[in-house]
Write a protein that binds this ligand. Structure first.
Ligand code: FMN
Length: 181
């Protein structure tokens, strides 16, 4: 199974990136997970053309070719970061690689709520008509207190969080397989 995982920030250091690298490593036997970075992508502009940017064309193709997409979002001002929204705007205007694509939402934040408001907002954005993704229902993985959540090797320190993530990932694999039946 081929999955495409989007780090929802353009920052050099990101706990959401650490989370996706952990997911990539932990579930390597179940899925080949490629991690996508937003760093250096142009801000969306309706007057501009995606075809001017090879990085955007590549992302579009990889989303379209993947069996599923995982997005890990930080929370900025109770919302998803502008860099992530910008990518979603590019991927919803004239091209629609997310259409009928299974998507799993996860998120990590420095505070206690695990990017809960950003995750809810992201779920809402992903089902708009021009994106039309199949978002995995339920299965909220809300990783709070990120400064304590990982050890030096990038592994989750709390068994209970690891177990929750395993359950969500297992449900996502089932969800994807449902569409291949
Ligand atoms: C501009 C800005 C706004 C933020 N707003 C929120 C917020 O609304 N809720 C929250 O839980 N954390 C907020 N944070 C803290 C982030 O959770 C924290 O920076 C987190 O590490 C970002 O994820 P990352 O490590 O993947 O970049 C904010 C951080 C910044 C820089």
């Amino acid at each position: 199974m081929k999955l495409f995982a989007i780090v929802g920030t353009n920052a050099d250091f990101s706990y959401n990136r650490i989370l996706l690298k952990y997911i990539q490593k932990k579930f390597a036997e179940q899925a080949d997970i490629e991690i996508c970075e937003l760093t250096d992508l142009p801000a969306f502009c309706e007057d501009d053309d995606l075809n001017n940017y090879p990085q955007l064309i590549e992302i579009e193709k990889k989303i379209a070719a993947a069996d599923g997409v995982i997005i890990s979002t930080p929370e900025y001002d109770h919302a998803i970061p502008a860099a992530l929204k910008s990518l979603l705007e590019w991927m919803s205007y004239k091209v629609h690689p997310f259409a009928a694509k299974p998507v799993m939402v996860v998120g990590a934040s420095y505070g206690t709520q695990g990017a809960s408001r950003a995750q809810l907002q992201l779920r809402q954005i992903l089902v708009c008509p021009e994106i039309d993704a199949y978002v995995l229902p339920g299965n909220e993985f809300l990783l709070g207190n990120t400064a304590q959540a990982f050890d030096k090797a990038g592994n989750l320190t709390e068994k209970i969080e690891e177990q929750k993530l395993e359950n969500c990932f297992h449900d996502f694999v089932d969800y994807i397989q449902h569409f291949h039946k």
